[in-house]
Write a protein that binds this ligand. Structure first.
Ligand code: PRE
Length: 348
């Protein structure tokens, strides 16, 4: 209980972010597919017994064959997948108790951060309860009989397109158009369903099997170690422990007193306690994007405009450790808000 309190005591109000929580536009934002055991009905929206017995329901982006589905399966092998059309629908499915967990990507070793999910972490009040690292191997998929020289267009999720950018250019030249799609597997399904003979999809070899496409080229990613990191989200926090390798994710904004030096002070609070940082991300402070300050230059008072940020930091310690609690107590002195997004076991 004391641990739970120490975790929650740092979850201060993020009203300063001014970001409003939106609601699921309709249940159709969750994709009904042949793989879903049941079509979701109005009754599923109310809290109650789990609709699939005791199995965990895991919301993820994309139709069957997406990488998010693979990450959800790696985290929870015997779960019921709940495909969603957008990342936000996966967050909302957990909030509305349609799903027990959501598995969403936050960063890729080639493509970098998936900013949308950082913003959603702040807008929604879910807890990070775990992480999954997935090796992502992309293939170039087309209808049977289609050859590379027939292709005029390649469809995929923007993250996948960016992970294959150099390989795509070197193999197909600059004239093949890249077009963004909801998910990699969704792109494969679209090519197959519309019988597109001048269009390929970048997706997994598993998606090729599911939608009857051929693999024109394997290993399309620009680096053979391509990894995506996913977060597992739940309504309740994971109770942190010691004795296992833990990561803690926090989000904060500097307070008015600190000004531009806030980041240095926050990072020192971890450095002085020998706590390693594994990730830092900054996003615009949407409710106060610019701060105007008076600055002296050659004895003349001028005004300077500073961009304001929300910072996300992951550090390698559990909230059950005193050094992590002390670091956050110090960080709190420099911030207008500070929230612990989760303290969870590392995927190693
Ligand atoms: O499109 C998919 O298949 C997804 O699951 C999304 C996603 C992403 O957004 O990063 C997941 C993993 C890969 O990095 C590429 C795409």
């Amino acid at each position: 209980m004391a641990l739970m309190q120490s975790l929650l005591s740092f979850s201060s109000s993020s009203s300063s972010s001014g970001l409003k929580m939106s609601t699921l536009k309709s249940v159709t934002d969750l994709i009904p597919t042949h793989n879903l055991p049941n079509w979701l009905t109005h009754d599923d929206l109310s809290p109650g017994p789990k609709i699939h017995g005791t199995k965990l329901r895991v919301a993820h982006l994309g139709v069957p064959g997406s990488y998010s589905e693979a990450a959800a399966g790696k985290a929870y092998p015997n779960s019921v997948p709940l495909p969603c059309k957008q990342f936000e629908a996966a967050f909302e499915a957990v909030e509305l108790r349609i799903a027990d967990r959501a598995v969403v990507p936050v960063e890729n070793s080639l493509g970098g951060s998936i900013h949308e999910n950082y913003d959603l972490l702040l807008r929604h009040r879910l807890h990070i309860v775990g992480e999954v690292l997935l090796r992502v191997r992309h293939s170039l998929l087309a209808l049977p009989g289609v050859r590379k020289e027939h292709l005029r267009r390649v469809l995929s999720h923007p993250q996948a397109l960016s992970q294959c950018e150099h390989t795509l250019t070197s193999q197909m030249g600059p004239n093949v158009r890249r077009e963004a799609f909801d998910s990699t597997a969704g792109a494969a399904e679209f090519v197959a369903a519309n019988n597109l003979r001048d269009t390929a999809a970048i997706a997994s070899a598993h998606a090729a099997e599911l939608y009857g496409l051929q693999v024109l080229e394997d290993g399309m990613e620009d680096d053979s170690g391509n990894l995506t990191r996913f977060l597992i989200l739940a309504r309740e926090p994971f109770i942190p422990r010691t004795g296992r390798r833990f990561k803690t994710s926090i989000v904060f904004a500097g307070n008015d007193r600190e000004g531009p030096g806030v980041l240095f002070k926050v990072l020192s609070a971890f450095g002085l306690r020998n706590i390693g940082l594994t990730k830092i991300e900054s996003r615009p402070h949407r409710s106060r994007p610019i701060r105007v300050l008076d600055v002296a230059e050659d004895d003349i008072l001028r005004t300077a405009k500073y961009f304001e940020y929300i910072f996300y930091v992951d550090f390698e310690a559990s909230m059950a450790e005193v050094r992590a609690q002390n670091a956050l107590a110090e960080v709190q002195e420099f911030t207008s808000f500070l929230r612990v997004l989760g303290s969870y076991p590392m995927d190693i």
